[in-house]
Structure formats: C-alpha cells, structure tokens
Design a protein around this ligand. Structure first.
Ligand SMILES: Nc1ncnc2c1ncn2[C@@H]1O[C@H](COP(=O)(O)OP(=O)(O)OP(=O)(O)O)[C@@H](O)[C@H]1O
Ligand SMILES: [Mg+2]
Length: 314
C-alpha cells in the first residue's frame, strides 16, 4: 500500500479547476518533489492533503485512511510546514514548539524531551528562549520545521521552505530534509527551484495549471520526454566538411560553432551511438579533439520542452 494516494483529486474555484484530476501515489521512505511554477496548484494540493481545504472531487488516502472520512487519522500522521509561516511572534521558540506539541497530545517529560530534540535538530537550541521577532527569515522557517516534527509524523510536508531565505539556512533545511528522511519520515517537498528538487528528491511530479504533466524518477522523466542533450567539442581547427557531415547525422538536431569554429556545440537526440559517430567523423577528417563535455538534460529543460514555458516567473 502506498503511503499517500491522490485519486482524481479536483479543486474548483467558480468554474476554474485549480487542481485538475490529480492522480499519483507516494511510497513510504520517498522524498517526493512537487515541482511547478507559481500558481500551478502545489499549495492547494497540499492543503487538501493536510485537511485544511475540502476537496471538490476525488479522494486522498494517507496510510490507508481517507481524508474525507477519517481526517483526524490523516492529520495525526502529517507534519506540515506551510508556505506562509505559522508561528507565534509573541511566544519564545521553545514555547512555540511546545504549543504545537500539546496540540498533538504530547505532555510532561516526553514533551520537554521532544522540544529540546526538535530545537536541537533545526539548530535553534541556543535561541530557545528568544522570540521569533529577533530571528532571520531562515531561522523562523527552521522554527516552523521544529513545530511540524514534534509528534514524529510519518509524512512531512514542506511547502517551498527555502524561498527567500539566506544560503546558510537553506543548506540547513535541505540537510534536515535528508536527515528526517534517513530517520524514517516520508517527505513531500514543493518547490519551483528545480535544482533543489533534482538534488534531494527521489521522485518528482511536475504540476502545471493544476495538472500533473509528468511523474517519476528524474531518469524516468528524462526518458519519458525523449530528452535531448548537448555535446561540446573543443577541437584544434575548423573544418567545413566535418561540420557538414556532423549536421547531416540523423540524431543531430542543432549545431553551433564559436571561437572560430574551435568550439562546437551539438544538440543531439538520444541515440546509443551518437558520440562514437561524431568522433568517427572528426577522426576521418584529421581533427584533433582537445576537450569534450556533455550537458545533461535537467528538469528545467524538460519543463520547457513539455510546456513551452520556463518554471520561473521571469
Ligand atoms: N481561495 C481561492 N479562490 C480562488 N482562487 C484561488 C484560491 N486560492 C488559490 N487560488 C488560485 O489557485 C491557483 C493555484 O494556487 P496555489 O497557491 O495552489 O499555487 P502554487 O503552485 O502553490 O503557487 P506558488 O508557487 O506561487 O506558491 C492560483 O491561480 C490561485 O490564484
Ligand atoms: Mg504555493
């Protein structure tokens, strides 16, 4: 049984389908990335999963429980770090984590131990007595993570936890996601930074305008789209004939020269023999290869290829 299952999930505002028949599963132990541009429906999907927003259609199951019929069972298994911070500025860091822990029924010694542990985990043990109003954005975010993990949830959901924060906190957060996963939690991580998702997620769902346009491991996604890659050859001299022959290869999509023809950038469709074929052409014309590099396709280029748009706002 999958830990999380979305089945034909719909969220409708007026006539607009903000979440449009979303179907996918997440297995226990995964770090699942939900990637999509602004307004794609990531937070809406997560709010429905966490029981903060009603579904207009479909069903979400968590650990065998239905969000519609057994919302309390679902909520007990989830720790949510929302996109908008949910901490109290007038309480100290420690009071914040204990407040949330009490909501989850923790009491007494266990509560105190877990509070220390959680603050330690996010690197705020020294600041336990301070109020978040004295914290940087990244520290506030880390405090919010501590609040979400107090009850040791099976499933931790982080909605764009690294937007607009300093690099040190960002690295701390990415490392804590990995650590929480090592300790046994399944993680859902939303972002529109494809680098982050590529680095930490074992599987990725790409959301666009409420629809899941692709889902799988990075390798599966790249294969699914029949991805292109770039080969960059640095050679000792330019040769018209070589360029013509290379261009004529059926797997070569584009060829661009720079540095007086001594750097050749070739966009190729995946083919098992392409590199060998191109090297053979060069060798045949007496061209010496000085350096070869390869730019692998990434999720950004995949998104662009599938939608004709970039993941970012600009
Ligand atoms: N209460 C609401 N009423 C009407 N439309 C809404 C409501 N809440 C969200 N939307 C719309 O739903 C769409 C998806 O929003 P959502 O916040 O889920 O996107 P997101 O993928 O989380 O984006 P971001 O990366 O900016 O956080 C947006 O177009 C938004 O304007
Ligand atoms: Mg959002």
């Amino acid at each position: 049984m999958s830990l999380v299952a979305f089945r034909e999930v719909v969220k409708k505002y007026d006539t607009v389908l903000t979440v449009n028949h979303l179907t996918f599963t997440i297995e226990e132990g995964e770090i699942f990335g939900l990637l999509g541009p602004n307004g794609a429906g990531k937070s809406t999907a997560i709010s429905m999963l966490s029981g903060l927003l009603d579904l207009s259609g479909g069903e979400i199951m968590v650990d065998g429980y239905s969000i519609r019929k057994q919302p309390l069972e679902v909520k007990r298994r989830i720790g949510l770090v929302p996109q908008e911070l949910a901490i109290y500025e007038s309480l100290t860091a420690r009071e914040n984590v204990t407040f949330f822990a009490k909501l989850y029924g923790l009491r007494g010694k266990l509560l105190q131990e877990r509070a220390d542990e959680a603050l330690q985990f996010v690197g705020l043990r020294e600041r336990a007595k301070d109020k978040p109003s004295t914290f940087s954005g990244g520290m506030k975010r880390r405090l919010n993570i501590a609040c979400a993990i107090m009850h040791r949830p099976k499933l931790i959901i982080m909605d764009e936890p690294t937007v607009g924060i300093d690099p040190q906190s960002r690295n701390h957060i990415l490392e804590s996601v990995r650590e929480l996963n090592r300790l046994g939690s399944t993680v859902i991580y939303t972002s529109h930074y494809m680098e982050e998702v590529e680095t930490i997620c074992s599987r990725v769902g790409i959301l666009d305008q409420g629809k899941l346009i692709a889902c799988g491991t990075k390798e599966e996604l790249k294969r699914q789209a029949g991805q292109e890659e770039k080969l960059i050859f640095e050679i000792d001299r330019r040769s018209d004939l070589t360029m013509q022959e290379m261009k004529a290869h059926p797997s070569v999509k584009e060829l661009a020269e720079s540095d007086n023809g001594r750097t050749v950038e070739v966009t190729v469709k995946e083919s098992p023999s392409i590199l060998q074929d191109l090297l053979f052409i060069m060798q045949k014309h007496g061209i010496t290869l000085r350096k070869l590099s390869r730019i692998e396709p990434n999720l950004e280029s995949l998104f662009l290829q599938m939608t004709g748009r970039t993941l970012r706002d600009e």
